[in-house]
Design a protein around this ligand. Structure first.
Ligand code: SF4
Length: 438
């Protein structure tokens, strides 16, 4: 079988993203949250952090660009001193030649000047979860007593701006906000937010998404994204829309490179909970129950080496079924060259099996943005053709030669063992992994 995504040329794993859950605890209780342990105040010991990176670095499987994402629960409920000790220990252990970048996804409520100093000192990538203006945000992002969190999150964002800390926001789109692109854009512009990601509200755990059960979520999302993209470009003040700009770089990538999908390769992404349990593939799997795959746990950093975990029955079973799903995607889906086989967690939760292809999630996250971008390019091509024909008919071949096709197969499938393409900025990797984050 042909490799699609991250593994080194000799077939060994290539770890590009480490997701650490320093604590499952969260200080708020969003209505759409899927995290089953968000009231559990357990904390990952520093010794577990050290054991994890000892395993990772000594495996020899690290990519030269390693993104470490502190995720799940609310990372900022732990003190700055916790991260200072952890970051220093990791830096001491990190072998030469590996460029390591930390990232944190937060609800922003606990940000203060001490955090800002720390973030700047370590150049930590920061993502803040905010769902738009107050009435959209407070509809779902609430405390355990049901109070809205908008005010404190916005205070955190304003502090980041005053302290000149770069950040992006992730907004979860509900059925209501899907019809309010103008309102969302006005909000971002009024708060100086210029880097945005949209997560479509999903049905996960006990939460049933009103959006996904609506009549035609893909059409709603397409209309939303189309309008938001157009308006934001007109304003010239939104610099990055993950669903558009992140996708453009996947569609138009260097020839002969495969798209990077760390979620379908064993240890392309390594996910570690506060007890040291290790999973791989989609980070949301860590914490779910499943008898067939040992609750998706392949080992523990306090006891097992990474090669042992790679040989574990759970890893082999998941790798086999996920690979079968990727192969189905390759055979059936015309979007495979920009997607690389999707998110295993969505295949399992929506279709009941890793060994499947299309999901509602991939319709929204892969297909809608790709179609939108290619439609826009087709329109542009038409305009270029018209202008060229009118101005210099004898030169029209030079414009016609620059062709965009309505088919997504812009980039041919790559030959085996080609280098993998990933968007340059580590924050883009962070954006990708945080599709499911809240
Ligand atoms: S868009 Fe969906 S069906 Fe197509 S390759 Fe991606 S995951 Fe598979």
């Amino acid at each position: 079988m042909r490799p699609d995504t991250p593994s080194s040329c000799d077939g060994r794993p290539l770890i590009s993203i480490v997701v650490l859950q320093p604590t499952p605890f969260c200080n708020i209780d969003c209505r759409y949250c899927y995290l089953p342990e968000r009231s559990n105040k357990a904390v990952m010991h520093l010794g577990t952090v050290i054991a994890a990176f000892d395993r990772i670095f000594s495996s020899g499987w690290c990519s030269s660009h390693l993104t470490v994402i502190w995720h799940a629960g609310e990372p900022l409920v732990l003190p700055v001193s916790y991260y200072q000790a952890a970051f220093e220990a990791i830096a001491l252990m990190c072998p030469p030649g590996i460029e390591l970048r930390h990232s944190i996804q937060t609800n922003g409520m606990l940000l203060n000047s001490e955090w800002c100093d720390f973030i700047k000192r370590w150049r930590v990538g920061i993502g803040v979860s905010i769902d738009g203006p107050r009435h959209l945000h407070d509809a779902n992002r609430v405390t355990r007593s049901g109070k809205g969190t908008f005010h404190r999150t916005l205070e955190g964002i304003r502090l980041l701006r005053r302290e000149q800390v770069p950040f992006h926001v992730i907004s979860v789109l509900s059925e209501k906000s899907m019809h309010a692109p103008e309102e969302l854009l006005d909000f971002y512009l009024s708060e100086g937010i210029d880097d945005v990601c949209f997560n479509v509200e999903e049905s996960e755990g006990s939460h049933v998404s009103g959006l996904l059960t609506s009549a035609d979520p893909a059409t709603s999302f397409r209309q939303f994204l189309d309008r938001f993209w157009t308006l934001s470009r007109q304003s010239s003040r939104i610099h990055f829309i993950r669903e558009i700009d992140g996708m453009i770089s996947r569609i138009f990538r260097p020839e002969g490179t495969a798209v990077d999908n760390s979620q379908v390769e064993p240890f392309g992404m390594i996910n570690i909970d506060c007890r040291g349990n290790v999973s791989s593939f989609s980070p949301e799997l860590l914490g779910y129950k499943n008898a067939d795959y040992n609750d998706f746990i392949v080992g523990n950093v306090l006891e097992d080496s990474l090669p042992d975990m790679l040989r574990s029955p759970a890893m082999r079973a998941m790798a086999r079924d996920i690979s079968a799903g990727v192969e189905l995607c390759r055979q059936e889906c015309e979007y495979f060259s920009v997607c690389g086989g999707g998110a295993p967690v969505n295949k399992l939760t929506e279709n009941g099996s890793f060994a499947t292809s299309r999901t509602q999630f991939c319709r929204l996250i892969q297909i809608v943005p790709t179609d939108l971008i290619l439609s826009a390019l087709d329109r542009l091509e038409g305009e270029f053709d018209g202008v060229a024909a009118a101005r210099a008919p004898h030169q029209s071949n030079s414009v016609a030669g620059y062709q965009f096709k309505s088919t997504p197969q812009i980039v041919p499938d790559p030959p085996p063992a080609t280098p993998n393409f990933r968007p340059d900025s580590p924050d883009v990797a962070l954006h990708q992994i945080q599709r499911g984050s809240r």
